[in-house]
Design a protein around this ligand. Structure first.
Ligand SMILES: Cc1cc2nc3c(=O)[nH]c(=O)nc-3n(C[C@H](O)[C@H](O)[C@H](O)COP(=O)(O)OP(=O)(O)OC[C@H]3O[C@@H](n4cnc5c(N)ncnc54)[C@H](O)[C@@H]3O)c2cc1C
Length: 388
C-alpha cells in the first residue's frame, strides 16, 4: 500500500476541503453523517445536499465527463469518500444509482444506454433501485422465478421482487429475470431496466425494525420495457450481476465504514458520561471495538490498493465485508449496553437516537450485499481453496 498522495491528489483534497468548509454549513451541518446505504431517514435534506455536491461536480468523480462525471481518477473518488466521512457530511441518497447501477452500466452498457441513463444520475435527477432478490431467491439468486418474454419490440416482465432498497424513491429498477424459459440456474437470466411509473409496476413499502420504509416489495405484472433495455447480453446477466455485487462490497459502503470512528468516539464518551469508563470490562470492550475499527480501516485500504492495481476485486472484498458487517453489529450492541436501560426506550413517534438507529440498521448489514455465511463460503472456496 502506498499512502502518500501525489501533488495533484493533495491539491484535489485541499480544494474539496475548502469547498466543504464553505458548503457544509447551516441546515446540512445539522445532519452529521446521517443516513446510510440502507437508511432513508431525512431524505429531502440529504437529496438537497447531494444536488449541491453534484452542481460543483463533487460526485461521480471517476465517471467520464461525457456521462456527467468529473473525469477524475479512482484515487480522487476514494479521497472524496475519506473527506466526506471526515467532515461528517450527510450520507448521500443516490447510492443505488450512482454507486451500484452507474458503475455496472459504465462497464457493461452500450454507448447509447450510458449517454441516456448516466447523466441524470450524476445530476441527482433520477433514482434507481435494484430488483434482484425474490421471496424464494436471495443468496441463491439463480433460483429466481421472474420472467420476461419479448412481445414485438418490448419485453413483458412478470414476477415479484423484494428488499428493494429505496424503492419508493426510485424512477427506474434494474431487474433480474429469466428470459430463456428452457434455461437453468445462472444461465438464461437477463438484466432489464424497467421504468417504475407504469401500471404493471406496483411498489409497496416494507416497514423496518428502525421504523422506516427504506425497502419495498415490487410486483411486476405485465410490466413493459423496450427490447434494447438489456444490460450486457440477453441471457448473460450473471457476469453483470457479479460486477454489481463486487461494487456493493467495495466502494458503496466505504463512506459509512470510514465513519465508524465516530461511533467508537461516541461510545467512549457515553462510558465517560455514565462513569463506567474505569470499569475494566468496559475498557476491554472499548479497546476491542477500537482495534476492530482500525483493522477494518486497514483491510479496506488493502482492498482498495488491490482494486487500483488490478482494476477488479478478488475475495478480499468478502473479507472486508464480513469484518465490517460483524464488527458494526457488535458495535451497535455495545453502544446500547453502554447507554444502559435507556437504550431500550423508544418515544411514541418512534424517534430513535442515533445509537439506536445504528444498532438496528446494523442487523441488516450482515445480510445485504451477500450474507456473512455467503462471504465465508467465498473466502473458504475461492481464497483458501477449501472444498464446497
Ligand atoms: C437492508 C437490506 C437491503 C437490501 N436491499 C436489496 C436491494 O436493494 N435489492 C435486492 O435485490 N436485494 C436486496 N436485499 C436482499 C439481500 O440481497 C438478501 O436478503 C440476501 O441476499 C439474503 O437473501 P435472503 O434474505 O433470501 O436469505 P436466504 O438466502 O434465504 O438466507 C437465509 C440464511 O441462510 C444462509 N445461507 C444461505 N445460503 C447459504 C449457503 N450457501 N451457505 C451457508 N449459509 C447460507 C444465509 O446466510 C442466511 O443466514 C437487501 C437486504 C437487506 C437486509
Amino acid at each position: 500500500m502506498d499512502f502518500a498522495y501525489s501533488p495533484a491528489e493533495n491539491l484535489f483534497r485541499e480544494e474539496l476541503r475548502d469547498w466543504l468548509s464553505d458548503h457544509l454549513v447551516g441546515e446540512f451541518r445539522r445532519y452529521p453523517g446521517v443516513g446510510g446505504p440502507s437508511d432513508d431517514s431525512h431524505w429531502e435534506i440529504r437529496e438537497e445536499w447531494e444536488r449541491e455536491l453534484a452542481a460543483d461536480q463533487w460526485l461521480s468523480i471517476s465517471w467520464p465527463q461525457q456521462y456527467g462525471g468529473r473525469g477524475g481518477t479512482l484515487n480522487q473518488e476514494i479521497i472524496s469518500y475519506l473527506e466526506f466521512a471526515e467532515a461528517r457530511a450527510p450520507y448521500w441518497v443516490g447510492v443505488q444509482g450512482r454507486d451500484l447501477f452507474g458503475p455496472t452500466l459504465l462497464h457493461f452498457g452500450t454507448d447509447a444506454q450510458k449517454a441516456r441513463f448516466l447523466p441524470p444520475i450524476a445530476r441527482v435527477e433520477k433514482f434507481w433501485s435494484q430488483g434482484f432478490s425474490e421471496p424464494e431467491a436471495g443468496s441463491d439468486i439463480a433460483s429466481l422465478r421472474s420472467r420476461a418474454v419479448l412481445d414485438g419490440d418490448e419485453w413483458v416482465v412478470n414476477g415479484q421482487k423484494i428488499w428493494n432498497t429505496f424503492g419508493m424513491h426510485a424512477d427506474w429498477i434494474y431487474v433480474l429475470c429469466r428470459t430463456d424459459p428452457s434455461s437453468e440456474r445462472h444461465r438464461g437470466i437477463s438484466m432489464l431496466m424497467v421504468e417504475r411509473d407504469q401500471p404493471g409496476v406496483d411498489v409497496r413499502p416494507i416497514r423496518t425494525l428502525a421504523g422506516t420504509h427504506e425497502f419495498c416489495e415490487v410486483f411486476l405484472t405485465d410490466a413493459r420495457t423496450p427490447a434494447d433495455h438489456v444490460i450486457g447480453s440477453v441471457g448473460g446477466a450473471w457476469q453483470v450481476m457479479m460486477g454489481t455485487l463486487g461494487q456493493e462490497r467495495a466502494l458503496t459502503t466505504l463512506p459509512m465504514i470510514l465513519s465508524f470512528r465516530h461511533e467508537v468516539d461516541a461510545a467512549i464518551e457515553t462510558a465517560r458520561r455514565r462513569r463506567t469508563s474505569d470499569d475494566p470490562v468496559v475498557r476491554q470492550q472499548l479497546a476491542r471495538a477500537y482495534s476492530g475499527m482500525e483493522i477494518i480501516r486497514w483491510t479496506n485500504y488493502r482492498m482498495l490498493t488491490s482494486l487500483m492495481r488490478n482494476g477488479q476485486l478478488g475475495p478480499e472484498s468478502s473479507v472486508a465485508k464480513l469484518m465490517w458487517a460483524e464488527w458494526h453489529r457488535n458495535m451497535g450492541e455495545l453502544a446500547m449496553r453502554l447507554e444502559g436501560i435507556a437504550s431500550e426506550i423508544i418515544g411514541p413517534s418512534y424517534d430513535l437516537e442515533s445509537s439506536q438507529l445504528s444498532a438496528l440498521n446494523a442487523r441488516a448489514e450482515t445480510i445485504y450485499g451477500g450474507s456473512s455465511e455467503v462471504q465465508r463460503n467465498i473466502v473458504g472456496e475461492r481464497a483458501l481453496g477449501l472444498p464446497k
